[in-house]
Design a protein around this ligand. Sequence first.
Ligand code: SIN
Length: 520
Amino acid sequence: MHERHTPSEPDVLDAPTETDVLVVGSGIAGCATALAAAREGADVLLVTKATRPEETTTHWAQGGVAIARSDPESFEQDVLAASAATADPEAVAVLVDESREAVEDVLVETLEVPFDRVADESDSAGFDYAREAAHSEERILHVDASTGKHVRGPFLNHLDAHERVTLREDTAALDLIADEGRVHGAVVETDGETAPVFAGATVLATGGIGALYERSTNPATATGDGIAMAALAGADVEDVAYVQFHPTAYAGEDPFLVSEAVRGEGALLWNGDGERFMPDYHEDAELAPRDVVARAVADERERTGEVALDVGPVEFAGEFPGLAAKCEARGVDWREGIPVEPSEHFLCGGIAVDDRGRTDLDRLFAVGECARTGVHGANRLASTSLLEGLVWGLRAGESAADESATGLDHDRVDAPDCRDSDPDLPEGFAREKFVRLRRVMDDRVGLRRTPEGLERATAVLRRLKGEVDAYTRTRTSRSLYELRNASVVALLVAREAMAAEPVGCHALADAEEVTANASD
Ligand code: SIN
């Protein structure tokens, strides 16, 4: 059932229901898009379901932002090597070529992010460049290990003060308004009421899929919204089999990320038998690519019961005060080692986009973790996600503004039916289904996968999605749509994993046997 757009519709957003550029999401990628589009002279409406900074993944980012220094080629080589040569070299070249200018323009000059500096550094800006796993040199700008929160807050404040940008928090996009391969905006919901927002260009910047796993370094709001909305509208989604697990998340209750920067400074991994094991797995030991370290940590935990990060070689409390405080808040004496285990961290694939963030649907763009630019291939190099969000956000914002200048005739378009929230939705329906979904993802679509497990997961997820769809046909609520989005994306991940090349983040147990059998 569709209803025709009526421009006189009540304005539940207290904001224009027609705009040049609609941006969905308020992490670094969405903010960079809004900034670039506004700089081009477009009117921008940025909607975000977040009400607190902690509800965006950018706020949680610890490590930092890698930038090209005197040897950009080595940066490109590191990105490609970490991806096991599966990244797209042209996309990587864009990332590296534009890294310094984008960071200086937006993060240093516009937002004045207080990156750590040293007095005697050869770099003219005096940055305190850090090193993380699989980087061949120190090239990461950071604010101790809490870089994200120093980016996201100032970025939102800057946009809030911008005359061309309207910001609406606690506002979720539920569905795209799509017509014959072209996107005209989205249906949004705020405070239980829904309304269509029509736009000359629509940009999805909704982040990743941490909420699909029990243990994640991301906020519970990461329900794969943009990916699901784009897929349901017919956009191409690629490389979602490649879900990256971070090797060192705190292994106890209320997990938190222990940044790779700590290993970059010299911290070591020990197993339950008191052995340092990483040299047996890779010549770069603790600084091997993330997928290698994550699998080694999982194996050693299984074999010896636990793995601890020994921060003895590091000035831990001095250099990582935020992490030391987190340990202390959980009663962990970090001097004794921090118990760690792999946790879901980043989705390498997503909505397929070109080098300007364009999807294969006209007037639809995607940026940040929900997008698949080709930069990460099957495994992402540390401290390239904020950078990718920034570089592609700026590019997409410019292009979205340009395209929106050629107006669209929205009056001919039907918006999806906008029901307001259903107060009779059974309490706990979404919560209970989410528990089931996470159990399947953890058990069968996590760090360790087998062909049989993926097949079984696909069958279970298909059933679960069917149950959820039956509800969304007649009811609307934000939690129900988040569940729908999570079930759509979970199924995409499991299905793609059944066919994807086992490389980087996607490994199959007994992969050699599988290959040997296949060649029989
Ligand atoms: C970390 O600080 O270890 C995470 C950095 C990243 O994922 O890029």
